[in-house]
Design a protein around this ligand. Structure first.
Ligand code: FAD
Length: 419
């Protein structure tokens, strides 16, 4: 019979791989094993917090992949595999055979990384919501119900993590929301890092929209390209970097305090984006190394630790490619092509990957980082030049267009992955 490709995880990476395998060769058998009968998309999920979207808007159906492309679905949780017999087993006691396995389970959050923090605390009082679901809804209720003049603290994660501009976009969208609904509120971003991707264009947006005062070193550097105005009365938002003691040490959910290297902050709402690693099933299957992520042969995303298995998306080690939906989608297309060629006994073509992360500093203030990647000495390297970002001297029209790109991307990207 035809080769059977089994995919663990029907998120961005898994769904895209399933669709493109069937597009390239409709005679292949492709089965996705996924925990949840409806995908809840993480990208765009911060827009539930500022009431730009509802929880239901995050739901994505698998119907089109089934009816249009003939992808088979098993809604169950993968628990183990037998690499010799080439079978995976599930919590529902199913055993499914494969010729090739693609593992795309996304991330798990390391709630235990901070003293006082745990999944239990996240579910009940100090949510994360970096994997969307009930914690996202809890955080939305807390933020929208925060007392007048209250303090919101967002703890950004250390590298590497899912969606590099994401914590900064979330803080910005909430600042914009508070300006309207809770104008004496405070938003404090605490961060173990000293920089982040899109930091200059993002903070320029904060500076213009929320009277955020740029750190002196940034202001100095950026003023070569754009006029920087610092504000006599700084706005509600602040960013405490790693070198200023921004690293989180401890959460006290009862007292609603967060302790960083610099200080103990009394807050009204705390959102912790904890450190992360590959989804648990990747670790159970022996696909991850001591970094917590999965090493792969970059050309095919074949695991270097287990035969006949590929790992794509956030769980994989992909060098210069960020852990983004866009990355997972292009990795999925490259791996689908590689599997088709290998099964046919043909050489695997030279891969090319892309990523664009669109982000908002406000609902009409868009920005981006856009890159093209190639294989260089066995690693994935960025090959475009210095011009990766919205220029600092972009016009108001370009900035507004950036926000429209972001909203259009949410729609067309979901279509490319899931329908
Ligand atoms: P996921 O999409 O998380 O899919 C993993 C799937 O595997 C899940 O459906 C899960 O249920 C399933 N699964 C896990 N374990 C098992 C198991 N044992 N058995 C069965 N099923 C299992 N990316 C962008 O490109 N642009 C953006 O603007 C953007 N914004 C973001 C904003 C936020 C707030 C967040 C949190 C993320 C954002 N992202 C963005 C990142 C993007 O969502 C992720 O990088 C992307 O979803 C990763 O795809 P994946 O396939 O690796 O994992």
């Amino acid at each position: 019979g035809p080769a059977h490709i089994v995919i663990v995880g029907g998120g961005v990476g898994g769904a895209t791989a399933a669709k493109y395998l069937k597009l390239f060769d409709p005679t292949l058998r492709v089965t996705v094993i996924e925990k949840s009968p409806v995908y809840v998309r993480p990208y765009g999920s911060s827009e539930v917090l500022n009431q730009h979207a509802r929880m239901e808007d995050l739901n994505v159906s698998y119907d089109a992949l089934r009816s249009r492309y003939g992808v088979e679905f098993v809604f169950d949780t993968v628990t183990d595999f037998d690499p010799q017999a080439r079978t995976v087993s599930t919590a529902g006691r199913q055993k499914i055979g494969y010729d090739r396995l693609i593992v795309a389970p996304g991330i798990q959050l390391m709630y235990g990384a901070y003293a006082g923090y745990s999944e239990q605390v996240a579910n009940t009082s100090v949510p994360s919501g970096w994997i969307p679901g009930a914690q996202t809804a809890l955080l939305a209720r807390q933020l929208q119900g925060m007392r007048e003049g209250g303090t919101f603290v967002l703890a950004a994660p250390p590298n590497p993590y899912r969606c590099p501009p994401g914590p900064y976009e979330r803080a910005a969208l909430m600042t914009e929301w508070f300006m309207k609904h809770n104008p004496r509120a405070k938003v404090i971003l605490v961060d173990p890092k000293d920089s982040f991707v899109t930091d200059e264009t993002m903070m320029l947006g904060w500076n213009r929209l929320y009277n955020f005062n740029l750190p002196e070193d940034y202001a100095k550097r950026m003023s070569a390209q754009v006029e920087i105005k610092q504000h006599a009365t700084p706005g509600m938002m602040s960013w405490v970097r790693g070198k200023d003691g921004g690293r989180t040490l401890k959460i006290d959910a009862k007292k609603m305090t967060i302790e960083t290297e610099a200080e103990v902050i009394k807050a009204d709402v705390i959102n912790v984006v904890p450190p992360m690693k590959a989804g648990q099933i990747a670790i159970t299957l022996g696909l991850a190394d001591s970094s917590g992520w999965c090493p792969v042969d970059r050309r095919t995303f074949a695991s270097t630790l287990q035969a006949n298995v590929h790992v794509i998306g956030d769980a994989s080690i992909a060098d210069a490619m960020p852990k983004s939906g866009f990355s997972a989608n292009t990795q999925a297309k490259v791996v689908a092509r590689a599997i088709i060629e290998e099964l046919a006994g043909r050489p695997v073509p030279e891969p090319l990957w892309e990523n664009t992360c669109y982000a908002l500093a406000g609902k009409d203030y868009g920005l981006f980082v856009a890159d093209v990647f190639r294989l260089v000495d066995g690693k994935i390297a960025r090959t475009n030049g210095k011009e990766r970002y919205l220029p600092l001297n972009a016009t108001p029209a370009q900035i507004k267009l950036g926000a429209r790109y972001q909203q259009a991307w949410l729609r067309t990207f979901t279509q490319d992955c899931f329908s």
